[in-house]
Design a protein around this ligand. Structure first.
Ligand code: FES
Length: 166
Protein backbone atom coordinates (compact mmCIF):
# COMPACT_ATOMS: atom_id res chain seq x y z
CA UNK A 1 0.00 0.00 0.00
CA UNK A 2 1.14 3.51 -0.82
CA UNK A 3 1.02 6.04 1.83
CA UNK A 4 -0.49 9.42 0.77
CA UNK A 5 2.90 11.15 1.10
CA UNK A 6 4.56 8.57 -1.27
CA UNK A 7 1.76 9.03 -3.81
CA UNK A 8 2.24 12.79 -3.70
CA UNK A 9 6.04 12.40 -4.19
CA UNK A 10 5.57 10.06 -7.18
CA UNK A 11 3.08 12.41 -8.88
CA UNK A 12 5.39 15.36 -8.34
CA UNK A 13 8.36 13.45 -9.78
CA UNK A 14 6.33 12.42 -12.80
CA UNK A 15 5.31 16.00 -13.45
CA UNK A 16 8.87 17.21 -13.07
CA UNK A 17 10.15 14.47 -15.39
CA UNK A 18 7.44 15.25 -17.97
CA UNK A 19 8.35 18.92 -17.81
CA UNK A 20 12.06 18.24 -18.34
CA UNK A 21 11.41 15.81 -21.20
CA UNK A 22 9.09 18.32 -22.90
CA UNK A 23 11.64 21.11 -22.41
CA UNK A 24 14.45 18.94 -23.81
CA UNK A 25 12.36 17.89 -26.84
CA UNK A 26 11.40 21.53 -27.49
CA UNK A 27 15.01 22.69 -27.25
CA UNK A 28 16.31 19.96 -29.57
CA UNK A 29 13.53 20.37 -32.16
CA UNK A 30 13.87 24.17 -32.09
CA UNK A 31 17.61 23.94 -32.68
CA UNK A 32 17.12 21.37 -35.44
CA UNK A 33 14.47 23.51 -37.14
CA UNK A 34 16.77 26.54 -37.02
CA UNK A 35 19.71 24.64 -38.50
CA UNK A 36 17.61 22.94 -41.21
CA UNK A 37 15.85 26.14 -42.26
CA UNK A 38 19.16 28.01 -42.47
CA UNK A 39 20.58 25.15 -44.55
CA UNK A 40 17.52 25.00 -46.82
CA UNK A 41 17.30 28.75 -47.42
CA UNK A 42 21.01 29.34 -47.96
CA UNK A 43 20.89 29.13 -51.78
CA UNK A 44 18.10 31.72 -51.85
CA UNK A 45 19.99 34.20 -49.74
CA UNK A 46 23.34 33.92 -51.47
CA UNK A 47 23.23 36.09 -54.59
CA UNK A 48 26.73 35.77 -55.94
CA UNK A 49 27.76 38.78 -57.94
CA UNK A 50 28.78 37.86 -61.45
CA UNK A 51 32.45 36.90 -61.28
CA UNK A 52 35.14 38.23 -63.60
CA UNK A 53 36.38 35.37 -65.77
CA UNK A 54 39.81 35.17 -67.35
CA UNK A 55 39.62 35.24 -71.14
CA UNK A 56 43.34 35.24 -71.93
CA UNK A 57 46.13 37.78 -72.41
CA UNK A 58 45.55 40.84 -74.56
CA UNK A 59 48.95 40.15 -76.19
CA UNK A 60 47.41 37.13 -77.97
CA UNK A 61 44.84 39.26 -79.82
CA UNK A 62 45.17 40.71 -83.31
CA UNK A 63 43.82 44.19 -84.01
CA UNK A 64 40.20 44.28 -85.25
CA UNK A 65 40.01 40.51 -85.65
CA UNK A 66 37.53 38.64 -83.46
CA UNK A 67 39.23 35.83 -81.57
CA UNK A 68 37.18 33.02 -80.05
CA UNK A 69 37.78 32.18 -76.39
CA UNK A 70 36.19 29.51 -74.24
CA UNK A 71 35.56 30.56 -70.68
CA UNK A 72 34.48 28.27 -67.89
CA UNK A 73 31.61 29.52 -65.79
CA UNK A 74 30.17 28.11 -62.58
CA UNK A 75 26.42 27.68 -62.58
CA UNK A 76 24.23 27.39 -59.53
CA UNK A 77 20.54 26.59 -59.55
CA UNK A 78 19.32 25.95 -56.03
CA UNK A 79 21.46 23.06 -54.85
CA UNK A 80 22.59 22.12 -58.35
CA UNK A 81 26.17 23.15 -59.16
CA UNK A 82 27.96 22.69 -62.46
CA UNK A 83 30.65 24.18 -64.67
CA UNK A 84 29.90 24.97 -68.27
CA UNK A 85 32.04 26.30 -71.06
CA UNK A 86 30.86 29.32 -73.01
CA UNK A 87 32.36 30.68 -76.20
CA UNK A 88 32.89 34.40 -76.56
CA UNK A 89 34.72 36.59 -79.07
CA UNK A 90 37.25 39.23 -78.10
CA UNK A 91 37.85 42.14 -80.47
CA UNK A 92 40.87 44.34 -79.74
CA UNK A 93 41.01 47.76 -81.38
CA UNK A 94 44.83 47.68 -81.48
CA UNK A 95 45.17 50.14 -78.61
CA UNK A 96 43.48 50.03 -75.20
CA UNK A 97 39.95 48.88 -75.98
CA UNK A 98 38.75 45.28 -76.07
CA UNK A 99 35.15 44.36 -76.80
CA UNK A 100 33.68 40.99 -75.83
CA UNK A 101 30.75 39.49 -77.70
CA UNK A 102 28.75 36.43 -76.81
CA UNK A 103 28.92 33.72 -79.49
CA UNK A 104 25.28 32.83 -78.82
CA UNK A 105 22.99 33.79 -81.68
CA UNK A 106 20.12 36.04 -80.55
CA UNK A 107 17.67 34.09 -82.70
CA UNK A 108 17.49 30.60 -81.19
CA UNK A 109 20.80 30.30 -79.41
CA UNK A 110 23.12 28.53 -81.87
CA UNK A 111 26.82 29.34 -81.73
CA UNK A 112 28.06 31.75 -84.36
CA UNK A 113 31.50 31.51 -86.00
CA UNK A 114 33.75 34.23 -87.39
CA UNK A 115 34.18 34.16 -91.15
CA UNK A 116 37.49 35.93 -91.79
CA UNK A 117 36.96 36.21 -95.58
CA UNK A 118 33.53 37.87 -95.30
CA UNK A 119 34.48 39.63 -92.04
CA UNK A 120 31.16 38.66 -90.49
CA UNK A 121 29.86 36.28 -87.87
CA UNK A 122 27.72 33.51 -89.41
CA UNK A 123 25.13 31.44 -87.64
CA UNK A 124 24.95 27.90 -89.03
CA UNK A 125 21.36 27.25 -87.97
CA UNK A 126 19.23 29.71 -89.97
CA UNK A 127 21.77 31.85 -91.80
CA UNK A 128 21.95 34.81 -89.43
CA UNK A 129 24.81 37.19 -90.24
CA UNK A 130 26.37 39.70 -87.84
CA UNK A 131 28.96 42.42 -88.41
CA UNK A 132 32.26 42.38 -86.53
CA UNK A 133 30.79 44.69 -83.88
CA UNK A 134 27.86 42.31 -83.33
CA UNK A 135 25.18 44.22 -85.29
CA UNK A 136 22.71 42.14 -87.27
CA UNK A 137 23.48 42.27 -91.01
CA UNK A 138 20.88 39.83 -92.30
CA UNK A 139 18.76 36.83 -91.41
CA UNK A 140 16.35 36.16 -88.58
CA UNK A 141 18.31 37.31 -85.49
CA UNK A 142 16.19 39.94 -83.72
CA UNK A 143 19.05 41.54 -81.79
CA UNK A 144 22.81 42.06 -82.03
CA UNK A 145 25.21 39.65 -80.35
CA UNK A 146 25.31 40.37 -76.62
CA UNK A 147 28.09 42.70 -75.55
CA UNK A 148 29.79 41.55 -72.36
CA UNK A 149 31.42 43.72 -69.68
CA UNK A 150 35.20 43.73 -70.10
CA UNK A 151 38.04 44.68 -67.80
CA UNK A 152 41.79 44.49 -68.43
CA UNK A 153 44.08 43.80 -65.49
CA UNK A 154 47.78 43.21 -65.82
CA UNK A 155 47.49 42.47 -69.54
CA UNK A 156 44.75 39.88 -68.92
CA UNK A 157 41.28 40.29 -70.41
CA UNK A 158 38.48 39.61 -67.94
CA UNK A 159 34.80 39.27 -68.86
CA UNK A 160 31.50 38.91 -67.04
CA UNK A 161 28.94 36.53 -68.49
CA UNK A 162 25.95 36.81 -66.17
CA UNK A 163 25.46 40.47 -67.04
CA UNK A 164 25.01 39.84 -70.77
CA UNK A 165 23.21 42.75 -72.40
CA UNK A 166 20.62 41.84 -74.99
FE1 FES B 1 21.05 31.75 -85.40
FE2 FES B 1 18.60 31.01 -86.02
S1 FES B 1 19.78 30.40 -84.32
S2 FES B 1 19.90 32.34 -87.09
Amino acid sequence: MHRPADLHDTTGRRRALSFFVAAAVSAVSGSLATVLSAFALRPLRRADPSPWLRAGPIADLSPNTPVARVVSVRQADGWYRARTNRTIFLVWDGEQDVRALSATCSHLGCQVAWNADAKTFRCPCHGGVYAADGRVVSGPPPRPLSALPVDIRGGEVLVQLAAEKR
